[in-house]
Design a protein around this ligand. Structure first.
Ligand SMILES: [Mg+2]
Length: 382
């Protein structure tokens, strides 16, 4: 089986005017994704997602990757990643950069999808076996909104949808943080895991003040209280608080992740299967993380293709280490509840988190079937 064609497909859905939303670092007016479609010589199709500005990453794939990808077999996923660091793709100047790593990820995941379909096995079986057949989806919700949304309403919706865990956006001020967490905890109930996400909007002193102000509400992890590049700040903060620190959605490639994990700065690492470097890099990251007593919980804010990739990966993640403060935690899996038809409409059979569990697909490859008419509906020119 050889790759005969590659197509990068930038997708975009514009939110209606006035309905932009996001986190403390800003709101978004669109939801986007870039799908990668590989077609092999026997007609098998492999899909992946590159999670980066769509037109830019599509252009990058055409310019830097396309020629090298034609003729690859499903067994070349790992060597493609190596080429990005040492060969001509991206070159040693740009290979480790966010855009190249995102493009690599989309193609690498699509090669794994082909590999699974060739062997008739879901990717999690090929990655070292299934540690679990389902995960506990948590609602990513209570966004910072452009409109004056009552913060209680999205959490009430999540509870009505039977989510048993949630993550909310905070980080605008200590008072606001405390009030939002109080509301979330009240609606979610005392026993449900609750996480908070600052999107890197504080310095150490502000983060410390905020985390202390919300500590009575039993937070499962605190996500990106500091900018992703402030590793030393994470270390300093971690020494002063008892709540686990999480980061990784803005890290790229195995070298950055290794530095982050080995620095001792974080307790939970969050690679995204649309930009961390692909399945092989994610598995390496998971091994380094668990060897260094760091939990692995992917960041998932992708289209359905990226969600499926994260789900295949999460099925394989070791339970180790059994930290006391996370020991009884289910395998939490991010499930975004904001408006995104790219998450909800691209599959013939949508991933369903509605009863508090999300099953890991067992069909070959990513285990999903793409509705190509839906893909074309959101495709944009570049
Ligand atoms: Mg986040």
């Amino acid at each position: 089986m050889e790759v005969q064609s590659i197509r990068a497909i930038p997708l975009e859905h514009s939110l209606s005017p006035g309905s932009a939303f996001g986190g403390t670092r800003g709101v978004t007016e669109t939801r986007t994704a870039t799908l990668i479609k590989l077609v092999s010589d026997d007609g098998t199709v492999g899909w992946g997602e590159a999670f980066a500005p769509p037109r830019t990453v599509a252009q990058l794939i055409d310019e830097e990757f396309a020629e090298a990808v034609i003729g690859l077999t499903p067994w070349d996923a790992e060597s493609l990643a190596d080429d990005v660091y040492t060969g001509t793709i991206g070159g040693y100047h740009f290979g480790r950069g966010p855009f190249v790593q995102s493009a690599l990820t989309g193609i690498e995941v699509a090669l794994w999808d082909l590999r699974g379909k060739l062997l008739g096995k879901p990717i999690h079986e090929l990655l070292g076996g299934r540690s679990r057949s389902s995960v506990t989806p948590y609602a990513s919700t209570m966004y910072i909104t452009e409109w004056d949304q009552d913060p209680a309403s999205p959490m009430q919706e999540a509870v009505e949808e039977e989510f048993t865990a949630a993550k909310i956006k905070i980080g605008r001020s200590v008072e606001d943080d405390r009030e939002r967490v109080r509301i979330a905890r009240e609606i979610l109930g005392d026993d449900a895991p609750l996480m908070v996400d600052y999107n890197g909007n504080y310095t150490v002193s502000g983060a410390l003040e905020s985390i202390r102000a919300i500590s009575e509400f039993d937070i499962t992890w605190v996500e990106e209280p500091l900018p992703p590049e402030d590793t030393e700040g994470y270390r300093e903060l971690g020494q002063k608080i008892d709540v686990p620190l999480a980061a990784g959605e803005a890290h790229f490639g195995r070298f950055e992740f290794t530095d982050l994990i080995r620095s001792g700065a974080i307790d939970v690492v969050q690679p995204n299967l649309g930009r961390c470097g692909g399945f092989a890099q994610a598995e390496y990251i998971a091994q380094v993380a668990t060897t260094n007593n760091v939990k692995v919980r992917p960041h998932v804010w992708n289209s359905a293709v990226g969600v499926a990739a994260a789900l295949q990966f999460t099925a394989t993640v070791p339970d180790y280490p059994q930290r006391a403060d996370l020991a009884n935690e289910a395998t939490l899996f991010e499930f975004d509840r904001s408006e995104n038809p790219l998450r909800d409409e691209l599959l013939t059979d949508s991933l369903d988190p509605s009863d508090g569990t999300l099953s890991v697909p067992t069909e070959p490859g990513l285990g999903i079937e793409i509705d190509e008419s839906a893909v074309e509906r959101f495709a944009v020119d570049y």
